[in-house]
Write a protein that binds this ligand. Sequence first.
Ligand code: HEC
Length: 174
Amino acid sequence: MKGLLLFAALAGVLTPFCLLRAQEPAETRSVWDGVYTDEQAKRGEEVYRKECAACHGEMLTGGESAPPLTGGAFQANWNGLTLGDLFERIRKTMPLSKPGRLTRQQNADVLAFMLSINKFPAGKTELYRQAEMLKEIRFETKKPAPKNRLVFNSRAPGNQGSSLDRTPFFRAWS
Ligand code: HEC
């Protein structure tokens, strides 16, 4: 009987959380999730120096006729689009003098280097070489708020100081 009561109590507590979770949109990634590696950015830097720097500048700040690939204006151009869009833009139109010259790997590496200069964090896996997969990574100028639903929950009115969100089970879930 005791066990049954405990089960009922737990179910009552947990169900709202499950419902909340079910309503969340599918998880998507952004440039803030560590989508390239330092190693890859280093390879990309070599490609960049050889193929892009003459026009876009050593520091990616732009040249006489070529726009910058870092900074506010550049980021505003791409905000809300995906890395797939940026990858295709580079792959199909750059280097301006001979578009399509670079391999997919080189394009991905150069993109990784651009992300590093734009101060998006590196991670543990390299950037994909397929535009379709890069389309799942959003380019976002601003770092999104941490995806911690329990913080959100625990701050809901009437739920202040709930001890629930401090139990390991709930922490692991966030
Ligand atoms: C011969 C000069 C030249 C070279 C080399 C060159 N670019 Fe460009 N790039 C330009 C010019 C000019 C523009 C703007 C006009 C246009 O898009 O055609 C541009 C635009 C871009 C844009 C779009 C910027 C924005 O804000 O939308 C990106 C991204 C880019 N280049 C990346 C690269 C990369 C990466 C390389 C090296 C693989 C490269 N470019 C090599 C001249 C160059």
